[in-house]
Ligand binder design. Structure first.
Ligand code: GLP
Length: 261
């Protein structure tokens, strides 16, 4: 794992957008795994700017989102499909046919999960997976106790997650209780993982994920098993990391990061 600490939320998100842009320029057919949530909005804004101002080309790339709520129509303002359409897809030159999210309205949800895994395989697997982290330590909706080898499946949301996301729905009672999510095993098969965490509300869980033991209680800790995982944080989210000075030293000295310093 590499941990990069940036002074602000914006600087962290911009660095993530630059890493994505660089991968996309190097491989226009990139298979990009995407994430939702407040943290990512700044990343998508920056990618839209790079499209508008530098002509960053999305026309050949394909995307797979981590998760989707069960029981919401794609047009529902709280669905992750709706989020993606507004934050990114409609503002860049991506081919809508190449954008994939699980269908939370599928009649047979288990079959939908198998279909989603098979589609990822058919596209040759995910090259770069963007990730946020939930307050319960989840990546995607892999809530505590998610098996480290789990695949795409339906998960019940925990009270912490319901509480965290309820404001978007106008209350917990209006919120779906389940979601389809890529499994931890699906996620760590991506060739590269890129996790962004900002704000002090993520500091404790981020320290557990990066420096704590690998445990299904904090599904993000499974990223310690990944051969190429970059974690980008702002100062606030880095607040509880014990190895901060060491991470800063690596970022300042590692030639790979020269163009990002
Ligand atoms: C949801 C998503 C996660 C995301 C998390 C954090 O639970 N399923 O993929 O990482 O929210 O969201 P935020 O960025 O709003 O803190």
């Amino acid at each position: 794992m590499e941990v990069i600490i940036q002074p602000t939320r914006e600087a962290a998100a911009h660095l993530v957008a630059r890493i994505i842009a660089r991968e996309l320029r190097a491989n226009p057919h990139l298979v990009l795994g995407l994430a939702t949530g407040k943290t990512m909005e700044c990343v998508y804004r920056e990618l839209v700017r790079l499209r508008q101002e530098q002509g960053l080309d999305f026309s050949l790339c394909s995307t797979f989102n981590l998760d989707e709520y069960v029981g919401l129509f794609p047009s529902d303002p709280n669905s992750y499909r709706h989020y993606m359409e507004h934050q990114l897809f409609r503002q860049v030159n991506i081919d809508p046919r190449n954008t994939h999210l699980p269908n939370g309205m599928a009649e047979d949800l288990d079959a939908e999960c198998r279909r989603y895994e098979a589609t990822i395989q058919r596209f040759g697997g995910i090259d770069l997976q963007l990730l946020g982290i939930g307050k319960a330590g989840h990546i995607g909706f892999n809530e505590p106790l998610s098996a480290l080898r789990s695949r795409t499946r339906v998960k019940a949301l925990t009270p912490t997650t319901l509480e965290q996301n309820a404001p978007f729905f106008g209350g917990e009672d209006k919120m779906p209780r389940r979601a389809i999510t890529m499994g931890v095993g699906t996620i760590i098969e991506a060739r590269r993982c890129l996790l962004l965490a900002t704000g002090d509300s993520k500091a404790a869980v981020l320290a557990q994920a990066v420096e704590g033991p690998i445990t299904s209680m904090v599904s993000a800790s499974a990223l310690q098993l990944h051969a190429r995982c970059t974690v980008v944080v702002d100062e606030a989210a880095a607040g509880r990391l014990a190895g901060k000075d060491y991470y800063r030293w690596i970022f300042a000295n590692e030639p790979e990061w020269e163009e990002y310093r």
